[in-house]
Write a protein that binds this ligand. Structure first.
Ligand code: ZN
Length: 403
């Protein structure tokens, strides 16, 4: 059987920050570079954690694994599907990313730890996100069962059952897992492998959300041997081919000597090559993350500066906006007072993979006109995550759509 070259399913890991998501993802993928440490620093850039893996099955004993040889019977395993796991640091950014990046999420792992009563407030809020976004394919993973003992684990299992009763994920499987010992990791893989691959429009004009960007050259490399900047992203529709002319919007920011405001210019370039975690691609379709090597000067894309951009065919992307009119919907968090917006109030908006500081120019009930510190290029149908400053902390308070 042929190996998969690209992942076909994006799975968001939801769950309370201390509930063991990282350890679980490590067990499911074998890798997990911790990309979270500096996640929200200047510019409030949200960096998505990302790891992909091929789920395999043993033809002899039927066990699901990520190993090329079955750990039970040493038989050579066969690839079933390649999937990608996405994670965001912290609670507020995770929720904001889930809303703003809804178009890239196909399924969710909902991690709930057995050493705390269910639901904890954050768990309740993740359920709200699942309902809001209509995520249908959810697998509940009960973690930390090994530290509470059998009786408490069973009691907690019942609490989860009660919690999901009457919700859209009432029938979601609940799998107790001990990632460090490999207990039931195969069951989670098996469940993931059974999630239907979403039908995506492969004939549409291609559209990719940029999730990261980097310079692959070693410091001090000779000019003639330099490679162009690499952009990593998730294609939501259509397909790209090697050699395609592409446009990136809003593009590259250029400092304008003597002027305070930065200027943005769309970048037009060529796909020099494409890569997924599993190898080089001639063609990339909607699904998990891919990296595109371009002709862009690598200094423009280094250190994730292109995150939040959209990539498409030349002339096919939406126009770039510096101010938007939005219709706001509160998510009514019990811990946050629902007060009206004031003119001049500073907000943080999550739009696709972009995180933008915005100022309220006009506010009339739930209709807001906001000016953006950085321009954005956005798909008109996408949801916008809205964060407000509540007692000196950025809190997700609601979502919005273009009015
Ligand atoms: Zn086997």
């Amino acid at each position: 059987m042929e190996e998969f070259k690209q992942s076909l399913l994006n799975i968001e890991t939801l769950g309370h920050v201390d509930h063991g998501k990282t350890t679980l993802t490590k067990a499911l993928t074998g890798i997990w570079a911790d990309r979270h440490s500096e996640s929200i620093k200047r510019n409030m850039t949200i960096k998505l954690g990302y790891a992909d893996t091929t789920i395999r099955k043993c033809p002899k004993c039927g066990k699901y694994t990520i190993e090329k040889r079955c750990t039970e019977c040493n038989e050579e395993t066969e690839p079933v599907i390649r999937v990608a796991f996405l994670d965001a640091p912290g609670h507020e950014t995770l929720m904001a990313t889930a809303i703003a990046g809804a178009s890239i999420i196909d399924a969710a792992l909902f991690v709930i730890a057995a050493n705390e009563p269910c639901p904890m407030p954050q768990t309740r809020e993740h359920m709200m996100i699942i309902k809001l976004l209509g995520i249908k394919n959810v697998i509940i993973v009960q973690t930390k069962v090994d530290i509470v003992g059998r009786e408490q684990a069973l009691k907690h299992y019942q609490q989860i059952k009660e919690f999901i009763k009457g919700s859209p994920i009432e029938n979601a499987p609940i799998i107790p897992v001990v990632p460090t010992l490999g207990i039931n990791v195969d069951k989670v893989l098996e469940r993931i492998a059974s999630i239907p691959i979403p039908k995506r429009d492969t004939e549409a004009d291609p559209l990719m959300y940029v999730v990261r960007s980097f310079d692959v050259n070693k410091p001090g490399a000779k000019i003639e041997s330099l490679s162009g900047g690499v952009i990593g992203g998730i294609i939501v529709k259509g397909k790209f081919k090697k050699g395609d002319d592409i446009e990136i919007r809003p593009g590259i920011s250029i400092t304008n000597p003597g002027k305070k405001e930065k200027v943005w210019k769309e970048a037009v370039t060529k796909i020099v090559s494409m890569n997924s975690g599993a190898g080089e691609l001639e063609e990339a379709i909607a699904g998990g993350m891919i990296g595109i090597s371009t002709n862009i000067d690598p200094s423009f894309v280094k250190a994730d500066t292109m995150v939040g951009n959209l990539v498409g065919k030349v002339g096919k992307l939406p126009e770039v906006k510096r101010s938007i009119k939005i219709k706001y919907t509160s998510i009514n968090r019990p811990d946050i007072p629902n007060k009206s917006f004031a003119e001049g109030e500073v907000l943080i908006l999550g739009i696709g993979t972009a995180t933008v500081v915005a100022h309220v120019a006009k506010a009339k009930k739930d209709m807001l006109e906001v000016s953006l510190n950085n321009p954005v290029c956005m798909d008109s149908s996408s949801k916008i995550a809205v964060l407000r400053n509540v007692a000196s902390r950025w809190k997700l308070v609601g979502y919005a759509a273009l009015a």
